[in-house]
Design a protein around this ligand. Sequence first.
Ligand SMILES: *Cc1c(COP(=O)(O)O)cnc(C)c1O
Length: 431
Amino acid sequence: MICNNVTVNEKGHLSFAGFDTVELAAKYGTPLYLMDENKIREHIREYKAAFLKYFPKGSNPEFASKSFSCKQIYRIMQQENMCIDAVSMGEIYTAKSAGFNMSHCFFHGNNKTDCDIAFAIDSGVGYFVIDNFEEIEAVNLMAKDKGIIQKALLRITPGIDTHTHQKISTGNVDSKFGFAIATGMANEAVEAVLKCENITLCGFHCHIGSQIFESDPFVTAAELMLDFIAHIKTTQNYTADILNLGGGFGVKYLESQQALNLDEKIGEVANAISQKCNELGIAVPKIAMEPGRSIVADAGMTLYTVGSVKEIKGYKNYVSIDGGMPDNPRFALYESPYTVMIASRANDKADFTATIAGRCCESGDIIQNDVLIPKPCRSEILAVLTTGAYNYSMASNYNRIPRPPVVMLSDKGDYIAVKRETIEDICSLDV
Ligand SMILES: *Cc1c(COP(=O)(O)O)cnc(C)c1O
């Protein structure tokens, strides 16, 4: 199977994290997001172990909140002593209300408003990752106002293209994010921030893209960033303490894709960093990374109920489900691949080619095109695998469809982490 938390039980039902998915669908209704708590903790521990093994003391992975944000995930992060990223007041508020230690939070975003900045400082956010010149000034002013010295990193654009999908590739020079090294903007930013009395510059950050399976792009990014760090040390007498290499390690969405060997990849990145620092005659900085997808994606699964099977003879077969782009917009946005199964007949022959369609009034509302599944009928449960990242966190109320609940699966049993939204909830802000 695609991941070791996906199996088939003696009834021929798809089992997830040891739970019968058909039973879970009956208990909670559909559409339903499932999250495997043990898998999340396993990934966090893999990252932490690799960091401990390969990087200098004080190096830390950070969980990228945007991939999956709700109170319970921050409780898990706190229990695992994991750092986090946040990109909005909403994510900061959620983490803080879950009791997360905000000094372990890095605040991202390419357009933080004055309101965001004030809120983040008041919430005790550990680090700002500053994106632009206006923000340097705004953070300095706000920190001064509040009588604090704010720790910060500068987001740097190293200028590489990772050949992933354009909308999720962010390291190229013309990206909307960060200060480009190539144009001299990054130099100027360091100069500007070092003049700020109420900001302590702690280092540099870059993020090159997502769904990256090889270490090479990270190695290239690290080398460019280390060149930059050495250059800044010589020209501005500033030594960066932290180098944050961003997120982006890939996840297996299809059986045909390889699984990532995290320990090996991090080892390769670490080796290259040591070598490069040696060449440049600089100390290895503390390394940070910000995995999102690779922590939560394969910890998630979505269950739906099939409504109709429409065979357009000679053209296409549609299987319509009771969810769609509101709970998973990733095919509509990026044509993201997913593995689809019929939960009640997980061992049956997959010999029916179907396009899995949602129920929005829009032909782009597709979960997957032309997948092979056993031919389902109305009321059967359809499972979409590896939906833990960027599904719940990207969900919308398009067509006024309520968001599904999130049910966590753990050693102690199954429990609700986020309740099912109701149509009354959707109307609750309407005047
Ligand atoms: C999206 C993002 C991440 C996480 O990326 P994944 O592919 O989910 O690991 C980390 N850092 C930044 C700045 C991001 O924008």
